[in-house]
Design a protein around this ligand. Sequence first.
Ligand code: ARG
Length: 467
Amino acid sequence: MSLHRSRFGSDTDDLMLRYCSSLAVDLQMLDQDIRGSMAHVRMLGEVAILTDAEVSALSGGLARVREEINEGTFRPGDEHEDIHMAIEARLTELLGELGGKLHTARSRNDQVATDVRLWLKAAIEQLDMAISEVIQALLDRVTREGKTLIPGYTHLQRGQPILLGHHLLAHAWALSRDRARLADAAGRIDSCPLGACAMAGTAFPIDRHRTAELLEFAAPIDNAMDAVAARDHEQEMASVCAISMTHLSRMAEELVIWSCSEFALVHIDDAYCTGSSIMPQKRNPDAAELVRGKTARVCGDLVTLLALVKAQPLAYNRDLQEDREALFDALGVTIDSHRIMAAMWRTLEIDTDRFENDLRGDFSLATELADHLASRGVPFREAHEIVGRIVKWCEQQGSDLSALTTDKATEFHPALADNLEGLLDPRAAAERRTSFGGTAWSEIERQAKTLRASLGDPPTDMPRSGA
Ligand code: ARG
């Protein structure tokens, strides 16, 4: 019979054992669970609930159980229900009655809450590094190819000529806000539930501040009931992941579009493409497509965590055990997706000539003509109307803005005769946009410098663009 069934008449049904077990996902928290127990035992010793000899025997026993699980000489099974019971059961086999003292002044409710927070603290560091990797890769491309002229799109229709660096930094800023969100969420995760026990605290003279300190948490959680019931930090983490995945997904979508034969602006490295089992010529951008696909999965993880908690009365309910599959999945997928995206950006071939040539023969400079008229005192609405008529005329000629001669332009408005050639130069048009955050190279350099500096800093010092 299991460790906590003395009040029952019979053993648990086999299906029930499998149905209730969280071991498969719990094994990912083995280290955290042992660490938590070691800190708890040490604190119990310091407040004289355990003797020094008991503390050292229990700590040694815990280290041994960890080793046995890692080496596979002790295999927790569904009969143990979860990682906490498995460890205690093995400890009791090793140490006899003393193993039973481990659970003094704690419960699995505060234990699991502590394990997950410890797990998240490590995952946050990895995610922050992975996001930073993508930002770094983007910044490197800005240095290398950032001056390339490209069409800036709205509605996936050509809008205005911009520099590639402007476009890449827009993605980088979004990711830098993900880092800021992550740092913010990290602050709320950094509190220790251990010692909250089932939800009421304990009559034992424990020192929760000491436990928190031993586990490198900023502080113990104030309310014991909140400590075991709260899962908003998990929802918040999944939300950070889901938002960041949507950023990656937009990038991935652009890589898919830019790499197809119709655009052929970039070439994704072979390492991140796959072939077709039937069409020998295919090079499919699977990594980018999977980033898009996995975004759906992470959004689903967030919804799982929101729905899981919404109707639960305080404090702990067994439903909460369902949190980890979604939470760990969200973090794992998001970290991997950033890593693969960083690798794709690092190895991407960018056809800068094709980007620039692509700009010839379109109407991307229409706004430039309208702005020019407006700067000569024509109200912008009227300037817009005049240039609209020019576009129509060019289209009727079966051409683009290059059909416009100075004489013809003068017919639409005399002020257009003034430097028409300069107005129709896309690089000059981009470089004129020196307003704060504009596409001019000087502005790109300014932003790149800020972002580059932020990468070396702890996430709390993140610059906040548009925040
Ligand atoms: N396996 C449980 C979970 O993951 C641990 C807490 C169990 N507590 C309880 N009172 N049944 O949430």
